[in-house]
Every structure is written in structure tokens, then in C-alpha cells.
Design a binder for this molecule. Sequence first.
Ligand code: UDX
Length: 440
Amino acid sequence: MKIAIIGTGYVGLPTGVCFAELGNQVVCVDSSELKIQNLNNNIIPFYEPDLQDLLKSNKELGRITFTKNLSLAIKNANIIIIAVGTPSNKETGHADLTFIKNAILEIAQNLSKEDGYKVIAIKSTVPIGTNKLLESLILQYNSNLQVDIVSIPEFLREGKAISDFLNPERIIIGIDNDRAKELIDKLYKPFTERHIPLVFCSRKSAEMIKYASNSFLGIKVSFINELADLCEALGADIRDVSKGIGLDSRIGSKFLLPGPGFGGSCFPKDMIEILTTSKENKTPLTIVEASIHSNSNRSEKILQKIEKALNNNLFNKQIAIWGLSFKAETDDVRFSPAIPIIKKLQERETSININAFDPEANQNMFQVISNINYFDDMYECAKNADVLIVMTEWPIFADVDIDKLYKTMRLKTILDLRNILNPKKVVERGFNYFPLGFYA
Ligand code: UDX
């Protein structure tokens, strides 16, 4: 099929490349000339494993192109997928719809009745009711258009976007009339042929499923984080507790790993959006609110752990931080827990010196925090450090040369906020090792 994708970010680009991989003809549109130029030269503006190779091979096959010219892209398309950003508006707590409304306006201005029937699929995460709003907007601009707006929420994890797209556990389609169904069935045939569930529901339900999924996952993470703290207080082992409850299929073993708090461009903004909407509708999601509150308190909890590990003496301490992105396998630092933790450390004690290393996120974090030292080598970063704080679960941290690390650090204290180091090896080498939720 012929697909136009508006927006070439964390969602739009993997979506375009994967639909091309499945044999469709894809044109990706972005308003940024620089982004388009870079993409035409195989330069991707963010880290996403496997994306570059897949982009290159599909470009060579002529299946995917990039343009600033939205009009050209949508004229021949059967389906127009909108995947522009809907960032959180700090004042209102709602998602900001500026970019998506601009996209709808531009489509309306560049389509005519003669262009025939088009399906406009909203892949951006939008507040419940937005699909209907956008449909009335586009028909207000141009009542002759033969268009249906459908909701196709994405469930891509950063760092796993390609595999999540090509091997989804389900595909959710929000549709309020059957006219678009035939086209959607055709587009997703490569998935239904593999018996991947294609779930049709109303557009409002599809929008709700997206928020409900992320909120539930966020609640699961903040639950295990608090449980880890309780395990530490009582001397239980969160690793066994997580395994023990996760073996119950009603709970499931995923998203039960304690950490420094959830971050990223989705959980925080989506949970605030759905909470705001719930309060406006007098059906407050109190558990979501508690999870947001618990997560925003997490950095203070982590600070107390760091102070305790350093016997409450941060004066002149050399602190090494491994991992700056909000999780491993991404360069994205949006809502990364490393940000409040670093800022709190600097507030606590101005004499401390912070060294930081992340395999992919140094540049992005430098835009946010410029008064720490960035390193391209994890051992250089830890040189003469009094404490090492492991913030993300990059495999290279788990594979650390413990002996080399021991020799390079001054005091031998490690806080492992992802429980990814080998406790036995670390303790045997002589480190003071502080994991989350158990004692080594
Ligand atoms: C999430 C959803 O998983 C995805 O379906 C949706 O489309 C976008 O939002 P993402 O934000 O990329 O994806 O990150 P995810 O892998 O879900 O992790 C979210 C946060 O939870 C991260 O900060 C991660 O470190 C944290 N997390 C996750 C934990 O702390 N423990 C876990 O066990 C799992």
C-alpha cells in the first residue's frame, strides 16, 4: 500500500521503516529540512538499535523516501499516519495538541475531494476524544474530503521499537465506521496472517487503551520500587519476591525490576494526562496519582541511600555515575531519574565533583546538565571515585572488569540502582556494595 507518515521521530521513523520492510511504499514527511537531509543521508537523530540498517536497506529497495513536501506525500497515499509529538503541557497537565492540529490543518489544505478516499491514522498518543475532535476539525476546513480518522496507538519501547513493531502482542484499531476497515485489514494482513490479534474498538476505547497500558505499567514499576525499599527494611530479597509474584500469570514477570524510578517521554506525560482527564471527569484515578507521587519522590529516596552509603559525608566526594538516559538501549534523557538525582546531589553539597558516562546519552544530557564531567570511557569516569552509582542496565556495566574498577576507584563504594552487577564478585573483590531491595 502507499503510506504517508507525518513526523519522523521516535515513533514515526520506526513505523515508516517497518511498514516499508513489510513491502509498502512509504513517504515520510517532516517539517525540519535538516532532519529530512540527514535521513536522506542515513543519519538518524536518535539511537535506536537496528533502525539504521533497516532504513538503509529499504531506501536501497526504493520503498521509503523522505520529503518536506506534505502535499506530494499525501496525494498518492491510501493511508496517512500522523506520528507527531504530543508533549505534556506543564500548566494544564494535558497533552499539547499544537503539532497534531497543525498536521491536520496542513492535510486539509492539501487534499481535495478529487484525491479520493483516505484513511488518516492517529498514531500519536492523544487525549481521549481527540480523534473525533480532529475529524470534525478537518471536515470544518474542507467538508468535501473523503476521509476517516482512525486511532492506531503505538506500543513501541525505545530501544526495542523495531522488534515491538514487527512482533506486537496485539494491534489496537480505533474505528467508528466500517469504511476504513477494509483498508486497515489489508495494511495489517502481514500480522493477522501470523495470528497476531487485530482488535477493533471505538476510537475512544483505543485512545483509552494506550493511556491505560502505560499507566498500569507505571503503577507496576512504582509498586516494585516501593516493595524493594520495604524488602531492604525487613531483610527480604526483592529478587526472590519479584520472581515469586511474577510466576503468577495474573501478575506476570515483566516490569518487576526495581530502579531509580520510571522516566522517558511516555510514562510521565501519559500518566499525568490520564490523571488530569480523570479528575476533570470527577472519576479520579487515585492509584495512578499515587504512582506518579511515589515516582517523583524516588530521587529523594535514592539520595538518602547515597548519603547513607557515604556515612552522610558528601564533602569533597568524587562521584561517578554510569548511565544517564532514562533506561538502557536509548540516548533519550527525557524525564531521566539521573537528572533529579544529579541536581539533588549538587544541592546537598557544592564541593562534590561528578563524573558521568553513558554509551549513547552524554550529548543529550549535556544539554540539560553542563556542570558535570562527561567521559567516553567508563573506567576513566570512575577514576579516583569515592562512589560509583549505576543508573541504567546497559550490558557493558554488567560486564565490568571488577578488578580494574577496584584499582581505579579511591573509596570502594558502589550503588547499583538496577541490580545488574554480580553481588558475589563485587563483594569478594572488597567493594561496599549497595543494591536495591536486598543485602549482598
Ligand atoms: C513505554 C511503553 O513500554 C511502550 O509500550 C509505550 O509505547 C511507550 O512507553 P518506554 O517509555 O520506551 O516504553 O520505556 P519502558 O521500557 O516501558 O520503561 C519505562 C520506564 O520504566 C523506564 O524508565 C524503565 O527504566 C522503567 N522500568 C521498566 C523499570 O524501572 N523497571 C522495569 O522492570 C521496567
